[in-house]
Design a protein around this ligand. Structure first.
Ligand code: DLL
Length: 440
């Protein structure tokens, strides 16, 4: 049963502001954030000093372009607390995602930051038709990953009945969905598809046997074709939700039932699109790298954070009444990060595992695929000719060692295939290390 296409808005005062009033609010909040960063975060102060910029020089959003960028590497270099702009005693939550070294990228949130984030998710759920009468099943993972707790907080904020299922355990998910009459589902789009397919295989008809009306799906790229399939499989409206740990987790941007791009919560973050090579800002409508500046965060605010996600911004007013700029679907990344079963994976993490294992050479290929709506990862790696032992037991030990190390460093299990020396293709230019067969 799809949600009626009425446009409820959680915070109309902020979500439907005139562009002029919004700009004023952003200017004021930006000035505060820049000062907070300059006064409290040595790295930011040093970078601004190096550019000869003082906080007073940044008066309006147009001055953003003078500020230095922040990168994922900064979070790694300053791990865990070097970028905090508030005392540690003010931090009430740590959340994280997997990073390039096996250590997670972590962000610290003050009580204010958790409240801001909670409201962002509440706005997203209401935009997807959510009300206090809903029963919201949360099948994002709970833990350091922001999906579970983020969706949970938002669902509680709108007063809905919240079911904290976390991810996995599909049979149990479906049983609860049926028995409790869940009306909304929050999880990754690939897991939603798997749930939908399993529901159909069990002979259930969502129209008759379930009460789902909408889903709020994100944390990984998906397409219009996947939306159509999901809406048919589950008989729901499927809305996209975007976010990242460094900024606030899910809810940074979200779709309304018009399904024409994700509304960015511009009273909390300022989006920019830049050319990833020249780093120059690009106009609305141009495809480029998405950059965010947070303007209400106090724990670990971010100035011009390079997301590496590629998309387009649309400024036209939406039929739902919101005036915020919308971002299109993420169409790629400017780095080599893969998202496998919702986990951020860098090929360099796998490489670091392989070089630590005796008996294999540093030539490898990652093959990513999607089988029954679930991502799979196969790591093919060459045996080292010199350290080569062909006893079955030795080869099995090597495979197990690699598998276990990948699981502990990257956080996901992989199929490890040992191949003969010099059998993987060599390249004269940039090595191709990844084959992604997933058809989105
Ligand atoms: O994935 C937060 C989140 C949780 C978003 C639940 C939505 C729902 P991270 O683990 O830090 O945070 O990963 C952030 O995931 O830079 C994008 O590359 C990707 N991503 C997130 N949402 C979407 C989406 C969460 N809707 C990284 N479409 C981001 C495409 C997405 N990619």
């Amino acid at each position: 049963m799809k949600a009626p296409k009425t446009h409820n808005i959680f915070n109309p005062e902020k979500e439907c502001m005139s562009r002029e009033a919004l700009r004023e609010l952003q200017n004021e909040r930006l000035r505060k954030t820049v000062k907070l960063e300059y006064d409290n975060v040595p790295v930011y102060r040093a970078r601004m000093d190096a550019k000869g910029i003082k906080p007073e020089d940044i008066r309006t959003v147009d001055d953003l372009r003078y500020l230095p960028f922040t990168n994922k590497t900064d979070l790694r270099d300053e791990f865990p607390f070097g970028l905090l702009a508030s005392p540690k005693s003010e931090i009430v939550r740590i959340q994280g995602s997997s990073g390039t070294t096996g250590k997670p990228i972590v962000s610290g949130y003050t009580e204010n930051d958790v409240e801001v984030w909670t409201e962002m998710v509440a706005r997203a759920l209401v935009a997807a038709g959510g009300t206090k009468d809903d029963i919201i099943q949360i099948a994002y993972g709970y833990g350091l990953f922001t999906g579970g707790l983020g969706a949970h907080q938002g669902a509680s904020k709108i007063g809905a009945m919240t079911i904290p299922m976390s991810s996995g355990n599909t049979a149990r998910q479906i049983m609860m969905m049926k028995d409790l009459g869940s009306t909304m589902l929050c999880c990754t789009p690939s897991y939603a598809t798997y749930l939908g397919e399993t529901i159909r295989e069990m002979g259930l008809d969502p129209k008759k046997d379930l009460k789902l009306k909408s889903g709020v799906f994100g944390a990984e790229p998906w397409t219009e074709a996947m939306r159509t399939r999901l809406e048919e499989l589950l008989d729901i409206d499927a809305c996209d939700i975007y976010g990242l740990t460094e900024i606030a987790g899910p809810g940074v941007a979200f779709e309304c039932l018009e399904k024409c791009g994700m509304h960015i919560n511009e009273d909390h973050v300022i989006p920019e699109i830049i050319d990833p090579v020249t780093e120059e800002p690009l106009p609305y409508g141009a495809s480029g790298e998405l950059v965010f500046t947070t303007i209400t965060k106090t724990g670990m605010p971010m100035l011009r954070y390079r997301t590496h996600d590629i998309c387009v911004l649309h400024p036209e007013k939406c039929a739902c009444g919101r005036t915020t700029v919308r971002m299109g679907r993420i169409t790629g990344r400017t780095d080599d990060m893969l998202i496998i079963r919702g986990v951020n994976v860098f090929p360099s993490q796998i490489e670091s595992v392989l070089v630590s294992v005796k008996g294999v050479a540093p030539f490898y290929m990652l093959i990513v695929d999607r089988v029954n709506s679930t991502d799979t990862l196969e790591v093919q790696v060459e045996i080292d000719e010199n350290g080569f032992s062909d006893t079955v037991a030795d080869l099995e030990n090597i495979r197990n060692e690699i598998g276990e190390k990948i699981k502990s460093v990257v956080g996901i299990s992989a199929k490890v295939t040992l191949v003969g020396a010099k059998t993987l293709p060599r390249s004269e230019g940039k090595a191709k290390r990844v084959i992604d067969n997933r058809k989105l």
